[in-house]
Design a protein around this ligand. Structure first.
Ligand code: NAP
Ligand code: ZN
Length: 348
């Protein structure tokens, strides 16, 4: 079925209106009429070929919410009209150790991303949520239990929410733990909300003085301007866990120095070029770790959505028309987003 979408035909071409084909729903498929799609920094990295391997035309978007408009014969958990979400994954092998452990994002045969992943569908790679409709295997569709009027602000949970929730849970952020969140953008502001809801003492690290007051309202107990050495030094050796969401290369030693013995700095930001190599001494003296984390599995994504519905957590958003995706990228590059752009798909 021909579907309106927004995408780019090359790395140096702007994101604009294009027509794409969606498959007719198969037995296990859920067809979704998309209402809203968040704009993740990964969309920009991909559509502009900042990371290797982008296939064109590229239709980004992996923070999708909408309504079910058709289901295949073998679909059991979803019916027409249901409010659903789709995140960064639309398929995996279902058989490897990672899939058995409900960690589809680490599928040993390669997870299928919501965009830029291999598929038998035209044009041979997946096309994402900057579009009016998507067809997804029922195993990769999530139930949304927030009130209908919050749906636009729920969309960013599908990537920014799970990408922060999963490591915060894995490294046991909670009461008695001091947790830092570095970079208060789309991911970081969700990190503040979720870490606060989990009961941790939360410190926001920002380069934008203008975000200080808001960071406190988002869930931070303290805010540090990471460019101010004095403010950083005051927290030396005190963190159990720091989650770094920054989308640009920067000095990691500044943050490993803030960890306690056995503390972990977890990187989720994925800059196009490497960070300067961290100091080994800074890790050895204190048995500290630098780790990474990739989104989360489907079961954990559902758990995160339900946790957020229960705690009244949604993203802080600025709604945009599809025609304004390119200007929103330029603002994102200047850290000028409070805190996630969401496309109103009705404007397509
Ligand atoms: P974003 O909204 O642009 O937020 C990034 C924040 O980092 C900015 O708001 C800014 O916060 C800070 N920042 C930017 N440039 C900086 C610099 N040069 N030095 C220090 N701080 C800087 O981006 P996002 O959508 O949250 O995504 C962040 C990164 O995570 C991207 O690289 C994205 O690809 C990646 N990502 C990874 C996963 C995963 O599974 N691991 C999933 C989704 C996204 P302040 O103004 O507060 O300083
Ligand atoms: Zn994302």
């Amino acid at each position: 079925m021909t579907t309106k979408a927004y995408g780019a035909h090359a790395a140096d071409k702007p994101v604009g209106a294009i027509a794409i084909e969606r498959r007719a729903p198969g037995a296990n498929d859920v067809q979704i009429d998309i209402a809203y799609c968040g704009v993740c920094h990964s969309d920009l990295h991909t559509v502009r070929s900042e990371w290797p391997g982008t296939l064109y035309p590229c239709v980004p978007g992996h923070e999708i919410v909408g309504h079910v408009s058709a289901v295949g014969d073998a679909v059991s958990g979803f019916k027409v009209g249901d409010v659903v979400g789709v995140g960064c994954l639309v398929d995996s092998c279902g058989e490897c150790g990672a899939c058995h452990d409900h960690l589809e994002q680490f599928c040993e045969k390669g997870m299928i991303g919501t965009y830029n992943g291999p598929t038998p569908d035209a044009p041979g790679h997946t096309l994402g949520g900057y579009s009016q409709r998507i067809v997804v295997d029922q195993g990769f569709v999530l139930h949304v239990r927030h009130p209908e009027e919050q749906l636009a602000a729920v969309a960013p949970l599908l990537c920014a929410g799970i990408t922060t929730y999963s490591p915060l849970r894995h490294w046991n952020a909670g009461p008695g733990k001091k947790v830092g969140v570095v970079g208060i953008g789309g991911l970081g502001h969700m990190g503040l909300k979720i870490a606060h809801a989990l009961g941790a003492h939360v410190v926001a690290f920002t380069t934008s003085e203008s975000k200080r007051e808001e960071a406190l309202k988002l869930g931070a107990d303290q805010v540090v301007n990471s460019r101010e050495a004095g403010q950083m030094k005051a927290h030396a050796g005190s963190f159990d866990f720091i989650l770094d969401t920054v989308a640009a290369p920067h000095n990691l030693d500044a943050f490993t120095g803030l960890l306690k013995r056995d503390g972990t700095l977890c990187l989720v930001g994925a800059p196009a070029s490497p960070h300067p190599s961290p100091s080994v001494m800074g890790l050895i003296f204190g048995r500290k770790s630098i780790a990474g984390s990739l989104i989360g599995g489907i079961a954990e994504t559902q758990e995160m959505l339900d946790f957020c519905a229960e705690h009244g957590i949604v993203a802080e958003i600025e709604m945009i028309a599809a025609q304004d995706i390119e200007p929103s990228y330029e603002r994102m590059l200047k850290s000028d987003v409070k805190y996630r752009f969401v496309i109103d798909v009705a404007t397509m």
